[in-house]
Design a binder for this molecule. Sequence first.
Ligand code: SAM
Length: 287
Amino acid sequence: MDTTVYSDADIYGQKLTSAEFARIQLFIHDNCGIKLPVTKKSMVEGRLRKRLKTLGIGSYTEYLSLVFESSDTAGEDEKLRLIDAITTNKTDFFREPNHFVYLTEKLLPLLTADGAGTKRCLNVWSSACSTGEEPYTLAMVLAEFFGIDGNFRVYASDINCTVLERAVSGIYRMEKIAAVPAAFKMKYLMRSKTDRTLARIRPELREKVSFGRLNLMDDVYRLPVQMDVSFCRNVIIYFDTETQQNIINRICAATAPGGYVFLGHSESVHGMQIAARPVAPTILKRI
Ligand SMILES: C[S@@+](CC[C@H](N)C(=O)[O-])C[C@H]1O[C@@H](n2cnc3c(N)ncnc32)[C@H](O)[C@@H]1O
C-alpha cells in the first residue's frame, strides 16, 4: 500500500494542463450543466487539491486517471466527489427574506383555500437545497402558518452528496443561525449541551423535511408528488440560457398548475418560453 503523504507544497506547485482543465469543463457541463470559464481554473485547482490530499494522490494527472480511466466503482464514486468539489454551495437561513414574507402573506392564504395544509398535504420543494438552510427555513415558515402538526411537507434535493449529508444532520454552527429570528430559534432549534458552538434543528421539524439527490439536468424529475411551491434559487445562474429554460420548464412540470416557482434575486426568465408567468419579481405562477 502506498503510504506517501503529500504536503500542500508538493501539490501547490502543480497546475492542471489546458487539456486536463478542458476535460473537467466538459464533464461538469455535461453532467451538472455548470459552465466553467477559464477564469475558474485556479478555483478548480484549489478545490481539487483538497481531494488529492485526502486521497494521498500526488498529481492532477493521476487524479484524473482515477476519475476517468478506472473501470471500477472507485472511478464512479470519485466522479460524484468531483461534482461535490466543483459546485458552489453558499446559502443561508432566510436568504432573500422577502420571498418568505411573500409566501406567508400572499401565497399561503391563496393556496390554503382548497384545504392545502389542512385537508390535504401542502407540498413545497427546495430543488437546490445545499446544506439545508433553505428547506429548514421553509419548514419553519410553514410550521408558523399551520402549526408544527400542520399537513405540509418539504422536499429538498441537490446534486451534491456531501452537502446533502450535512443537510440531513440538521446541525449548524451558531454563527450560521444568526439570521433565524429569535422566536423561531427558541421553537425550532436546540443548542448542543456538549459543544456550545453548535445548534441542531429540532426533530419534529426535521421530520417534516425529506432529502434526496436530484440532478436538475435529468430529463425527468422523479418526485413523489406535484409541488404547490418550488424553490429553484441561486442555481440556474451557473447554466447557459438554453439549459436555464429547460430546467425552468421541468420545474414547472413538477409544480401543480396554479402553483408557484421562486427564483434567486439575480435570476431572470426574461425572453424565455416557459409554462409560468411572473406575479412578483423572481416569483412565477405555473400556468
Ligand atoms: C449557491 S447554492 C444555492 C442554495 C440555495 N438554493 C440558496 O439559494 O441559498 C447552489 C446549489 O445548487 C446545487 N447544484 C448545482 N448544479 C446542480 C444540478 N445540476 N442539479 C441540482 N443541484 C445543483 C449545488 O450543489 C449547490 O448546493
